[in-house]
Design a protein around this ligand. Structure first.
Ligand SMILES: Nc1nc2c(ncn2[C@@H]2O[C@H](COP(=O)(O)OP(=O)(O)OP(=O)(O)O)[C@@H](O)[C@H]2O)c(=O)[nH]1
Length: 220
């Protein structure tokens, strides 16, 4: 299937492998915008609905089983968590949105914080917007796309849990999400289909993220 073929070169995939094979450490948790760490390195932020599989994909990318705590309890991540990849790039785990049980005040608070972060972060290179392959698009995903457009942050849509879909269902899901990407100026048109269970798309996503990393010391 065409969307399974990585759009990256061998060198880019290798860069991704190298970056994620190096050290990766949690270094900061921010609950408010005022607490953000200094914008020293390029950042790639992960956003998605609660329970989208965000912790699982961060763990799959970094090869650490419990770096970002994967939980079956939706809505646990309530702060912006910062991870340092060998001093070359930061990964930011954003709180999951669309948690059905959250109050209106909590949702509005999330939206305010996220928008302030997305709009005001000078070193934010890209947002990885995770969409649950099993569930598909929800109103909250569309709201976040609009927010990203408004904040003028380029985002990469990534489908999660694709192992749970038949090839036909996956093709349909990719089409649905491609249409969404086309309707948003800030969306990168190529969709990455992933599974943290089978590692589908993980190498490709590493390569995409590595494009924003500072060069490794001792290498050109
Ligand atoms: N089949 C399948 N299930 C997955 C995959 N990734 C995650 N899951 C399941 O989806 C649920 C949520 O996964 P998490 O990684 O905790 O999701 P999260 O987005 O971090 O959740 P929050 O903490 O609510 O933000 C868990 O039950 C996982 O086992 C995947 O690639 N395939």
């Amino acid at each position: 299937m065409p969307h399974h073929i990585p759009a990256l070169s061998e060198e880019e995939l290798e860069e991704g492998r190298r970056l994620f094979a190096g050290p990766c450490n949690f270094f900061f948790g921010a609950q408010t915008i005022e607490q953000l760490p200094p914008p020293e390195r390029a950042e790639v932020a992960f956003a998605g609905r609660s329970n989208v599989g965000k912790s699982s994909i961060i763990n799959a990318l970094t090869g650490r089983r419990a770096l970002a705590r994967a939980s079956s309890e939706p809505g646990r991540t309530k702060q912006l968590n910062f991870f340092d990849l060998g001093g070359r790039l930061s990964l930011v785990d954003m709180p999951g949105y669309g948690f059905a049980k959250a109050s209106k005040a909590v949702k509005e608070d999330w939206q305010r914080t996220m928008f302030a972060y997305l709009r005001g972060r000078p070193n934010l290179a890209r947002v990885i917007l995770l969409i649950d392959g099993r569930v598909g698009l929800k109103a909250s995903d569309k709201e976040v796309c609009a927010l990203l457009d408004k904040a003028a942050v380029v985002f990469q849509i990534v489908l999660t849990k694709c192992d749970a879909l038949s090839p036909t269902a996956l093709t349909e899901r990719v089409k649905e999400v491609e249409a969404l990407a086309k309707s948003h100026a800030a969306a990168f048109p190529h969709i990455v289909a992933t599974s943290s269970t089978t590692a589908l798309g993980i190498a490709e996503l590493r390569g995409i993220i590595a494009q924003f990393a500072e060069p490794a010391i001792g290498r050109p």
